[in-house]
Ligand binder design. Structure first.
Ligand SMILES: *[C@@H]1O[C@H](CO)[C@@H](O)[C@H](O)[C@H]1NC(C)=O
Ligand SMILES: *[C@@H]1O[C@H](CO)[C@@H](O)[C@H](O)[C@H]1NC(C)=O
Ligand SMILES: *[C@@H]1O[C@H](CO)[C@@H](O)[C@H](O)[C@H]1NC(C)=O
Length: 477
């Protein structure tokens, strides 16, 4: 380090010791480096008055709710207003004359013009897959993009991958150190794996179905004839889709004589094997009848209680006013020992209630619609983030949060916990089953309100589609 600093100093002093530019190079024709004499205060050099940097009020529009009390923190929809400005709680305010990326400001109104209840410092909780490098497979066979701690440093206990396979394409036979939990987003696929006991697994999954592969278990995924897209969640925030163990690389990275010896064959056997990894590549169409691919050994198939797929699409969700929720955790899908998830729908104006998780961070994936979420972190920090379909959210345990549908269509998202059981603390229920006197002494809310607190978790609270309404008395559960 010392040597490096020393050589850097020598380098800098050499650079600075270079001869000053000739005065003639400071003329009107422009110069690579400035004329001498521009540094610091100079009584003879008067900065001309610059034009106003305020954006005049006739050059922008305020969205409904933008000038309401900033403590109300109404959702302000900047998606359509002219030249949106970071104003909250007034009609004038600090305007933004740029530089800016207006499209980001429109998508993130709660970041651009935060509710005044936001406070302190909260690590970033949002990553759009749209900003992840999208690695393409061979010959149009598909693509995949990562979200891990390189993109979202707070997300230490889980990472995600969004993967697309064209018709009949494969995700190559592979394995990895992390466990893999997956949700089919569209289309159908055939998934297969082999475990340590020599038991095998083969199944077809479709939109809404789930699979889980434990650490180290080799598996492959082949899209059926209409292609598919799926979401993968890994048990390590540092997981990278670039760093999986691949069958092709295993063969390529082992001496050819050893490969031949291992399979008791000649060198010729592998001469047509690919000399580069396949990763995502076109395949031959899988037979519709899955039994035609049945290659079960004497150990049999992986028994039902430890099997790797779950036909979750066939579960009807638990419906509540304002939406629905369904939970899949090891109580019903035992092999996925550390993954507990909830698939939630929230109608326009409604909200996944204020809650937190007791033992696990939450990794969230937005499937449909748009939402916002405020993270509250002890003792006195909070920050609000806006999400739309294709985004990842992350809330560290045990920070409180809610998810409000801020759009006009049904919001659908997946909450993923690294926990043996899906569980949350509902703020409604917490206060509803705490002695009324205790709640009153804290919050001074009055008996009438205390009598309305639910004793059962609502999960979702209904709301008005007009997000500017602030009277929720009529929203009975
Ligand atoms: C494959 O064969 C085994 C053994 O006969 C059987 O238990 C299993 O149901 C078959 N099908 C699949 C998809 O594994
Ligand atoms: C929802 O619909 C209303 C009425 O059509 C419209 O004014 C508003 O901009 C829409 N909001 C969003 C987020 O699309
Ligand atoms: C709020 O709405 C309820 C039900 O619609 C109504 O009875 C009540 O008067 C309203 N309160 C205010 C302050 O507007």
């Amino acid at each position: 380090m010392k040597a490096f600093q020393a050589s850097l100093l020598v380098y800098i002093s050499h650079t600075w010791a270079a001869p000053a530019p000739q005065a003639s190079s400071c003329g009107n024709s422009g110069s690579l480096r400035p004329c001498p004499g521009l540094v610091g205060y100079d009584p003879s050099n008067h900065i001309p008055t610059s034009p106003s940097t305020e954006v005049p009020t006739d050059q922008f529009e305020l969205a409904p709710g933008q000038s309401e009390d900033a403590d109300l923190g109404l959702f302000i929809d900047l998606s359509k207003v002219k030249n949106p400005q970071p104003i909250r709680g007034g009609t004038t305010g600090p305007t933004d004359s740029g530089p800016r990326t207006e499209a980001y400001d429109r998508l993130n109104s709660d970041v651009y013009a935060p509710p005044s209840t936001d406070s302190g410092d909260i690590p970033n909780a949002k990553w759009p897959f749209a900003l992840s490098h999208n690695r393409h497979g061979l010959a149009g066979a598909g693509w995949a993009r990562n979200q891990n701690t390189d993109q979202l440093p707070i997300a230490t206990s889980m990472a995600g991958v969004d993967m697309r396979l064209s018709a009949n394409a494969y995700r190559e036979l592979h394995w990895h150190k992390s466990a893999e939990w997956a949700l089919m987003l569209s289309g159908s696929a055939r998934v297969g794996a082999v475990n340590e006991n020599g038991e095998n697994f083969l199944d077809d999954v479709t939109e809404g179905d789930v699979w889980f592969f434990p650490s180290g278990v080799p598996h492959s995924i082949q899209a059926l004839e209409n292609g598919c897209e799926f979401l993968l969640v890994f048990s390590d925030g540092k997981f990278s889709e670039e760093n999986t163990f691949l069958l092709t690389e295993l063969i390529d990275r082992t001496p050819k004589s050893v490969v031949a010896k291992n399979f008791r064959t000649s060198l010729d056997t592998f001469k047509a094997a690919p000399d580069k990894q396949l990763w995502i590549f076109p395949g031959t169409q899988a037979p519709t009848d899955i039994e035609k691919q049945n290659q079960t050994g004497p150990a049999g198939i992986i028994p039902k209680e430890f099997t790797y797929s779950f036909h979750w699409s066939e579960q009807q969700p638990y419906r509540v006013p304002g939406g629905s929720i369904k939970i899949l955790d090891p109580e019903t899908f035992p092999i996925a020992s550390e993954f507990s998830v909830a698939l939630v729908t929230v109608e326009p104006g409604a909200m996944r209630e204020m809650h937190w998780h007791t033992t696990s961070d939450e990794w969230t994936y937005f499937i449909k619609g748009q939402a916002r979420l405020t993270v509250y972190q002890a003792p006195s920090s909070s920050r609000t983030f806006d999400f739309s379909a294709g985004d990842v959210g992350y809330v560290p345990v045990p920070n409180a949060h809610y998810l409000e549908n801020t759009g006009n269509e049904t919001l659908m998202f997946l909450e993923v916990l690294r926990a043996p059981r899906y569980a949350d603390i509902s703020v409604n229920q917490w206060l509803g089953i705490t002695p009324k006197q205790v709640v009153q002494d804290h919050l001074k809310v009055g008996d009438a309100f205390l009598n309305t607190l639910p004793k059962v978790k609502p999960y979702i609270v209904p709301g008005n589609t007009n997000l500017l309404t602030t009277n929720f008395t009529g929203n009975t559960l």
